[in-house]
Design a protein. Structure first.
Length: 133
């Protein structure tokens, strides 16, 4: 019995963790001055003309007056697409969706499929040349 008399279960447990007291970090509030660039400020007349040009561009994008893709093409139709520079992006495409009057998605069936067995998609706008097949 002398063998078991020296057995103490406290030898198999970790000591109580020592908790270090952390002092809260004091944040210093530093006010930074806003530095203006060295370039001279834009004059008021130039600022107004830039604003007018920006408004013309913004409204011209919403006022599309070209042909409506929904009236000309249908979903599932075979087409070939050329970029504005004349490069052929797809020679064997199928219209996947006509999103707006000047935007549609075309499955490029002469490319490869992705991991979900979907063809690569091409975004076609009114600036591209669309050739029905």
């Amino acid at each position: 019995m002398g063998l078991y008399s020296s057995f103490d279960t406290s030898q198999y447990y970790d000591d109580e963790p020592i908790v270090k007291k952390q002092e809260p970090i004091k944040e210093k509030v530093v006010q930074q001055e806003i530095k203006k660039p060295n370039a001279p400020a834009i004059s008021e007349t130039k600022r107004k003309s830039l604003y007018d040009e920006a408004m013309k561009v913004a409204t011209s994008a919403s006022e599309y007056k070209g042909q409506d893709f929904r009236d000309i093409y249908r979903v599932g139709q075979k087409v070939a697409i050329k970029s504005p520079s004349g490069d052929v992006r797809t020679g064997n495409g199928r219209i996947a969706e006509i999103v707006a009057e000047n935007l549609m998605y075309v499955w490029m069936e002469d490319s490869y499929k992705d991991v979900n067995e979907q063809w690569m998609a091409d975004f076609v706008t009114d600036k591209d040349t669309i050739i029905p097949l």
